[in-house]
Design a protein around this ligand. Structure first.
Ligand SMILES: [Zn+2]
Length: 222
């Protein structure tokens, strides 16, 4: 009987049709052999998971090329990664897991080019769903830093103070004019509070021969 079983199995594995007797034992052997063969075929055709070695763009790119691609310097990326590293810890310990810098770089590249996630995935040798997850995770981590870097005004006084500081910052950045000369007396306008909450340029001259009170919008010419 053992010989019959081994012949049947060998025949199935070799792709030959076994033409032996029709006893129930033999049918059972043929059935087992067919199942085993199906299993082996599935095992062979199963997609083998490949561990792709990813390139280290942080080291491979020079400072100029790095900043062109990610809009931040390497130092800034390192600083940002340190600030949010606890939120980028991987939940799995499997091999080839994305490290924290790689996660930040994926998100930065996505912000920089507003690109298709699949294209970013190809650049970093990861899957598109991975890019989607990483961009969400890094974005939430960066957003959580907001209270440390941005102070939102909480009352009217702070709003007013913020308005003046914003205008002064715009003047420093040359976005609006930082001085004007009065066309009536050739003196500089004063940067003064306007009625309401705003600010304006104003020249008030009380002299008898050239009395005037001229107001100019801080936004004029912008
Ligand atoms: Zn004047």
């Amino acid at each position: 009987m053992m010989r019959v079983k081994s012949v049947a199995f060998q025949s199935l594995c070799d792709g030959e049709v076994w033409r032996g007797g029709a006893s129930s034992d033999i049918n059972h052997v043929i059935d087992r052999g067919a199942k085993l063969r199906d299993f082996l075929e599935k095992l062979e055709t199963r997609k083998v998971r490949k561990l792709v070695e990813r390139s280290n763009l942080f080291e491979e790119l020079d400072d100029y090329e790095f900043q062109r691609r990610f809009r931040l310097t390497k130092e800034s990326v390192a600083e940002l990664t340190l600030l949010i590293e606890d939120k980028l810890e991987s939940k799995t310990t499997c091999n080839n897991v994305l490290n924290r810098v790689e996660q930040v770089l994926i998100a930065l590249r996505f912000y920089a080019v507003a690109y298709m996630q699949l294209a970013i995935a190809d650049l970093f040798n990861v899957s598109q769903p991975t890019v989607c997850r990483v961009v969400h995770r890094v974005s939430e981590a960066i957003a959580s830093l907001l209270p440390d870097f941005i102070h939102q005004p909480v009352n009217i006084e702070e709003c007013k103070k913020g308005k003046k500081e914003t205008l002064e910052w715009c003047m420093k950045a040359n976005l609006i004019a930082s001085r004007y000369e009065c066309s009536r007396c050739k003196k500089k306008y004063a940067f003064a509070k306007a009625k309401g909450n705003g600010y304006e340029w104003r020249c008030r001259n009380q002299s008898k021969d050239n009395r005037h009170d001229v107001v100019r919008s801080v936004r004029k010419g912008t």
